[in-house]
Design a protein around this ligand. Structure first.
Ligand SMILES: [Zn+2]
Length: 219
């Protein structure tokens, strides 16, 4: 069986903004990259009908997933701002535990705890709590969990936790191309694309390569 890399994020496009270069690289190496997106991100466009936004954002995410070589996305349809209560009422704890036990991911990527967006923080604690439950029940379960930040680049504190640096020089262009597919997020994109570029460039420079992504290992 192909090794699985699991990505769990709050909104469509977080998976590309965060670990886009790394997961494109793992896919290129033959790993099976699976993504879970908790919310459709409908609130990003309050003027449109929610179903319309949902369709657009799903299409964008699917195209981006194909571009980075991913093996598919699972959508949970959680309401923004209501993550914790929806996780419970929709039995998503069981769902995620099932995914962890079935696919036995070799690496897991998710949002960092020190994020500014409350939905991102909610994902972080939910993933880690499900992870800990599986680890408690199965001795064989101990893949690393890596976290990333999307929104607070300039506020990252140097924390005393192990890091993973992934050289994404070969796949950084794919990441940028995948980001451009999120046309419905054009305003956000303009703000974020520069920071994505700068972040990968600075991290690359510090690690003697062109572009790199940096993650905190929290498990
Ligand atoms: Zn997000």
């Amino acid at each position: 069986m192909e090794e699985t890399v699991l990505v769990v994020v709050a909104h469509p496009d977080d998976q590309i903004f965060g670990p886009g270069g790394a997961i494109a690289k793992y896919a290129k190496e033959g790993k099976s990259v699976r993504t879970i997106i908790a919310s459709y991100g409908e609130k990003s466009h309050p003027h449109f009908k929610q179903e319309v936004i949902r369709d657009i954002r799903v299409k964008e995410s699917e195209r981006a997933d194909r571009l980075i070589g991913g093996k598919g996305i699972e959508y949970w349809g959680v309401r923004e701002g209501k993550f914790a209560s929806d996780f419970e009422s929709m039995n998503l704890r069981e769902r995620l535990i099932d995914v962890l036990e079935t696919y036995k991911p070799v690496k897991i990527f998710t949002h960092a705890r020190n994020e500014t967006h409350p939905d991102h923080v909610a994902i972080n604690s939910f993933v880690l709590s499900c992870y800990d439950e599986v680890a408690k029940n199965h001795e064989w379960f101990n893949p690393p969990v890596y976290t990333f930040t999307v929104w607070n680049y300039f506020r990252i504190k140097k924390r005393d936790v192990p890091r993973l640096i992934v050289d994404v020089s070969d796949t950084f262009r794919v990441k940028l191309a995948a980001l451009s597919l999120f046309k419905s997020q054009i305003i956000t994109m303009i703000n974020l694309k520069w920071s994505v570029y700068l972040k990968a460039f600075v991290t690359g420079f510090r690690n003697n390569t062109s572009f790199a992504e940096e993650f905190y290992k929290v498990r």
